[in-house]
Design a protein around this ligand. Structure first.
Ligand SMILES: Nc1ncnc2c1ncn2[C@@H]1O[C@H](COP(=O)(O)OP(=O)(O)OP(=O)(O)O)[C@@H](O)[C@H]1O
Ligand SMILES: [Mg+2]
Length: 285
């Protein structure tokens, strides 16, 4: 399960009309099974990077593109957005803007229907993706009557119905309240556990980092740090570029430096529970 799905090689991109490049020499490789979180200050190039993965750049956004992006070995320059959609599913911050039909079932069926699959296969995919996202109950609901969180889950189901190799989400919780955001991020954790490769640009770092295997910190069009969440969020780099570190990581590091055994604890909930059960011991005790 270590196949390389995405490879950026020295990618530079300047939007038409801009003088300053939005990506400045990005090289990156993403393997099957990873859960990658991309973060960084507003305007650092997160959305631009994601648009390169599904071919919106260079096929939809005009500008100057240099370097190469390959998805499953296919150069995005030589492919089309339509072809790439079957490999990379991109979910946007605003759920309403990506829903197409009035009824949930029709919305999820739209993509596979467009692939020209037989009706039976389309329905199978609809069943499968609604189940996968946990919204079977909403099958016959009217899309516009759903909450933002439910709409975002339907948007994810619609994309999964295309069976992409990689699910890419651009701040999927931006328009959600904290509870719906948590539910959506838990869903991403479950999808990843069941094998879906996930790349997500996200600001809610304490919620998402417990599921992620890797954090990419971007600043000014470049990847300035690529590490596991623990290394990324105990480092000084997020502070230097103005990204708030989830409080858990610096806290755990302080406990460790004070001689407490905190190995294997990876969320604040686990830490609290270990403290309550008096499971945390001093090294050597
Ligand atoms: N469609 C566009 N046309 C021209 N310039 C753009 C376009 N989209 C983004 N940019 C510029 O590219 C740079 C990177 O923007 P991008 O949207 O990728 O950043 P971001 O990290 O996603 O920011 P945010 O956190 O606000 O979503 C910014 O300077 C932005 O103004
Ligand atoms: Mg963005």
């Amino acid at each position: 399960m270590m196949d390389e799905l995405v490879r950026f090689e020295n990618v530079w991109f300047t939007y038409l009309g801009n003088t300053e490049p939005s990506l400045k020499g990005v090289s990156l490789s993403i393997n099957s099974g990873e859960f990658v979180v991309i973060t960084g200050p507003s305007g650092c190039g997160k959305s631009t990077l994601l648009r390169c993965m599904n071919g919106l750049i260079p096929h939809f956004h005009g500008g100057e593109f240099r370097g190469s992006v390959r998805v499953k070995g296919v150069d995005t320059k030589l492919s089309s957005v339509h072809q790439l959609a079957q490999m990379v599913g991109l979910v946007f911050p605003d759920p309403e803007s990506q829903l197409i039909a009035l009824e949930v079932e029709d919305d999820v069926a739209f993509g596979p229907g467009n692939l020209g699959l037989p009706k039976r296969d389309v329905l199978e995919r609809v069943d499968w993706s609604l189940r996968k996202v946990g919204v079977e109950k909403l099958r016959h609901a009217q899309v516009f009557k759903l909450s933002g969180g439910e709409q975002q889950k339907v948007a994810i189901a619609s994309i999964l119905a295309l069976k992409p190799s990689i699910l890419v989400l651009d701040e999927p919780t931006a328009n959600l309240d904290p509870l719906s955001a948590k539910s959506l991020i838990d869903l991403l954790g479950e999808l990843n556990r069941s094998g879906t490769t996930i790349v997500v640009a996200e600001h809610r770092l304490s919620m998402v980092s417990k599921y992620s295997s890797r954090v990419l910190l971007m600043d000014n069009g470049k990847i300035v740090l690529d590490a596991d969440p623990y290394v990324a969020f105990t480092s000084q780099i997020p502070i230097d570029i103005g990204v708030e570190r989830p409080e858990f990581y610096p806290l755990r590091e302080r406990l460790r430096r004070n001689g407490l055994k905190v190995d294997g604890i990876s969320t604040i909930e686990e830490l609290l529970s270990a403290v309550q059960k008096k499971e945390i011991k001093c090294v050597g005790a």
